[in-house]
Design a protein around this ligand. Structure first.
Ligand SMILES: Cc1ncc(COP(=O)(O)O)c(C=O)c1O
Length: 383
């Protein structure tokens, strides 16, 4: 027998839909959380150069010193606060950062409050460690997602080990307002609760701000706060598997131990690419956000023109989480039918938890032409 915590882990419902269309090359796909563009040349060139220079060996558990410094400089500048490199651990992308955090924080039975619906890895990873996940659902009105902060505070009662917030949120795009972050931080400080911020989409905001609201700038070294981050989304590097976490410096050596037992290190040539990306990538991020915003606006406008579709432009991330009451209520069945009969690949809302049932997630990191084609297929399917 395998461990009991594995039995209750759901298999990926997105994969289930994708499998329904396995082997077909006529599908227009928006189901996975990644864009359609390859990583830019200036980042790829740095990796090639490192490979040619023979950087193919094991390296430090916590990452190459230059990358840790580059991440510290980047985060300091972005958030307007000094963050030293001794608070940084380089990880094998965001999902690995989240696994390391869960391994560091959770004993079996520990309680963790998480805002949902959410990318399923965020709730499954603590459960692998035996933690008890308390889900705090967002509410949706006319396509706009919001959090009743008091519900999150109540769920994070004294004795709770951690609160985990992903903002901007996958799949809804919900972005926690600054005032809520401040109130949550105050609550966590008061009760000695760890606050874990999944910042995968912090740069993907459509308000013109350089980053989403958050409390990294308020945190003193040593406080119970960890940020998990990734090169995947903002630098279009999903396949590279590179990320980082920012933790209290006195625990970073412990994270190094955990890295040793998980992956030992991130590949050195990938880290070299990361240095260039994070140092020189701001124009890329600006272009990416502008492109995403155009695609988002087009998608929302087109979908709202279809009968019965409830959708509103999300303030962040790269997904539209929308529904068609009376049609998409069983999101898994609808998504499977949609892909097999009409060749349109969307993620079923149920993949993100019971709160997501009835919804569909559309990743709009795609060309406007592809989005038009997708909307046309949905329109035909609904007819
Ligand atoms: C909310 C959230 N956090 C973290 C990640 C991690 O991505 P990666 O492991 O590619 O860095 C994702 C990817 O979809 C995500 O949606």
């Amino acid at each position: 027998m395998l461990r009991t915590s594995l039995d209750s882990l759901p298999a990926s419902r997105i994969r289930e839909v994708a499998n329904a269309a396995l082997g077909r090359d006529d599908i227009v796909k928006f189901w996975f959380g990644e864009g359609d563009l390859p990583t830019p040349e200036f980042i790829r060139a740095a990796a090639k150069q490192a490979l040619d220079a023979g950087e193919t060996f094991y390296n430090h558990n916590l990452g190459i010193a230059e990358l840790r410094q580059a991440i510290a400089d980047y985060a300091s500048k972005l958030h307007g606060v000094r963050i030293e490199s001794d608070r940084i651990a380089v990880t094998s992308a965001g999902v690995n950062a989240l696994s390391l955090i869960a391994q560091a924080l959770f004993d079996p039975g520990d309680r963790v409050a998480i805002v949902t619906p959410v990318w399923p890895n965020l709730t499954s990873i603590p459960r692998i460690m035996g933690a008890e996940v308390v889900r705090v659902p967002l509410a949706c009105r006319d396509g706009v997602w919001s959090l009743d902060l008091q519900k999150l505070i109540d769920a994070a009662a004294p004795g709770t080990r951690a609160v985990l917030v992903n903002s901007p949120n996958n799949p809804t795009g919900w972005t926690m307002p600054q005032a809520d972050w401040e109130a949550l931080l105050a609550h966590c400080r008061r009760h000695g609760i760890w606050l874990v911020s999944d910042d995968a989409y912090e740069r993907l905001v459509y308000t013109g701000a350089p980053h989403a609201p958050g409390v990294l700038a308020r945190i003193e070294d040593g406080e119970r706060f960890i940020s998990a981050n990734t090169f995947s989304k903002s630098w279009t590097m999903t396949g590279w598997r590179l990320g980082w976490l920012i933790a209290p410096s006195r625990f970073v050596a412990d994270f190094g131990k955990l890295v040793e037992f998980n992956t030992s290190c991130a590949p050195p040539f990938v880290q070299r690419a990361g240095i260039v990306a994070i140092r020189d990538g701001d124009p890329l991020i600006r272009d990416t956000v502008a492109r995403l915003k155009r695609s988002r606006d087009l998608l929302v406008q087109r979908l709202r023109a279809l009968p019965g579709v409830e959708a509103a432009a999300p303030p962040g991330a790269m997904y539209l989480f929308f529904r068609i009451p009376g049609r998409s209520d069983d999101s898994l069945a609808f998504a499977k039918d949609l892909v097999t009969r009409s060749g349109l690949g969307l993620a079923p809302g149920i993949a993100f938890g019971a709160e997501g049932e009835g919804y569909l997630r559309w990743c709009f990191a795609a060309t406007e032409a592809l989005i038009e084609q997708g909307v046309e297929r949905l329109a035909r399917h609904l007819r």
